[in-house]
Design a protein. Structure first.
Length: 218
């Protein structure tokens, strides 16, 4: 697929698929679109690359392996059969349960995809408004919360989790793009892991994996 846009410099092209990398001004882009696309294509054993130079547009190449041919009369099943357990969120119903809270939808989707290979069942909250209902409805193994959110910030979310479930508070991770905000409360939240933004998908998985062994999945 090729466009007729302004093109990209070599430096921009090299970072085009990095999470949170964007040339747009603050508030006009998260830098997650190409990163998410890259992750989806890789999960299907494919590859994506960009060819571009300033003034000559951009060519995106996507290669995917051929699917095995299905025997005649046996089409691929899209929905789980009655004997096959359905899958929820980004993992099986028997996997770890992760609550993810962020006011940016792109980040929620990126985190969900990153946790897919950990066999996690994710519950995504677009902002903290419904956190009490989520905690009352289900028992979670890990909570990931953004620090800066309208209405109730991540530190207030942590206090709520700690009051309702002290054990779950031990498996709480704060995500933030401004470490100075977290440092202001370093004494109270010294035991809370901080995941600085921008973070790589590998770093996110590592942060969650370090907490998951503290509990056997239900």
């Amino acid at each position: 697929m090729k466009d007729n846009g302004a093109g990209m410099s070599e430096d921009v092209r090299e970072h085009a698929f990095d999470p949170f990398f964007t040339t747009k001004p603050p508030g006009h882009g998260t830098g997650l679109g190409l990163s998410i696309s890259h992750g989806i294509i890789q999960q299907h054993n494919g590859a994506i690359s960009a060819e571009s130079e300033p003034g000559h547009g951009t060519l995106m190449r996507v290669t995917l392996p051929l699917a095995p041919e299905e025997p005649a009369g046996e089409p691929t099943s899209v929905l789980p059969s009655a004997d096959e357990p359905a899958r929820f969120g980004s993992g099986s119903a028997g996997g770890f349960r992760v609550l993810v809270i962020d006011d940016e939808q792109d980040i929620l989707e990126m985190v969900e995809q990153a946790l897919e290979r950990l066999d996690c069942r994710t519950t995504l909250l677009h902002g903290p408004a419904n956190i009490e209902a989520a905690l009352d409805k289900e028992e979670f193994d890990v909570v990931l919360s953004d620090l800066k959110m309208p209405g109730r910030n991540g530190l207030e979310v942590y206090r709520l989790v700690r009051a309702k479930s002290p054990r779950l508070a031990e498996r709480f991770i704060l995500m933030t793009g401004n470490l100075a905000d977290a440092d202001q409360h370093a004494v109270e939240f010294a035991a809370v892991p901080i995941l600085p933004k921008p973070f790589t998908l590998a770093r996110l998985r590592q942060a969650v994996e370090q907490l998951l062994p503290k509990r056997t999945p239900a």
